[in-house]
Design a protein around this ligand. Sequence first.
Ligand SMILES: C[S@@+](CC[C@H](N)C(=O)[O-])C[C@H]1O[C@@H](n2cnc3c(N)ncnc32)[C@H](O)[C@@H]1O
Length: 210
Amino acid sequence: MKLMKKFFSQTARPEGRLGKLMLSTMNSSHAALADWGMKYLPETDAGQVIDLGCGGGRNAGELLKKYPSAHVTAVDHSELSVRKSREYNSESIRQGRCTVIQSDIAGLGLDDSCFDIATAFETVYFWDTERCFAEVFRILKDGGYFLICNESDGTDRTAGQFEKIIDGMKLHTAEDLAGRLYQAGFAEVKGWHHHKKPWIAVLARKGERP
Ligand SMILES: C[S@@+](CC[C@H](N)C(=O)[O-])C[C@H]1O[C@@H](n2cnc3c(N)ncnc32)[C@H](O)[C@@H]1O
């Protein structure tokens, strides 16, 4: 039980040998969820995209394909995740299309209003949402979008078990996330639920309230 707790806690911040093991499966285990969630991103000619809590970097790679004229910044507070994301996206980094930085989302140290799109896949469970959503709002341009995509809709039993064993993990329903996003200043929030699985996608837009 102790080892299981230690292993699954690596989802919050991969470190050491267990973190490496967790990261080796993260890209493949979240691929289907991320591809489903990305369908809800706007079809725009985005110039600056940021993937928050990037883990192994696969989703940043998909964003580079979805937005061929964009530069994608990938961020994670784990040194191991940053290393893995750099490896995964090495070709795009060499081409100057991708940057991977180590930082907590709560204090990104990036300029105000510089991103068209921000994404967060399977990561907001571990965030201080008040501080982190305010930070995402700050770095987005007016009219910019923030997509959150979670494997758990906040009510499913499996994720409930993880919440019990992973310190600091907090599940959210789509409604709860929407409330927090409006509180951070977002003008419009939409949500979707997968037709079979407990997956949710929540898309918030920064701008004038309708
Ligand atoms: C479960 S993994 C998901 C990784 C990736 N987004 C995916 O879908 O495969 C969560 C990631 O978010 C990162 N993370 C969690 N809280 C964070 C925070 N406050 N700031 C930066 N990164 C964070 C963790 O280090 C971890 O790499």
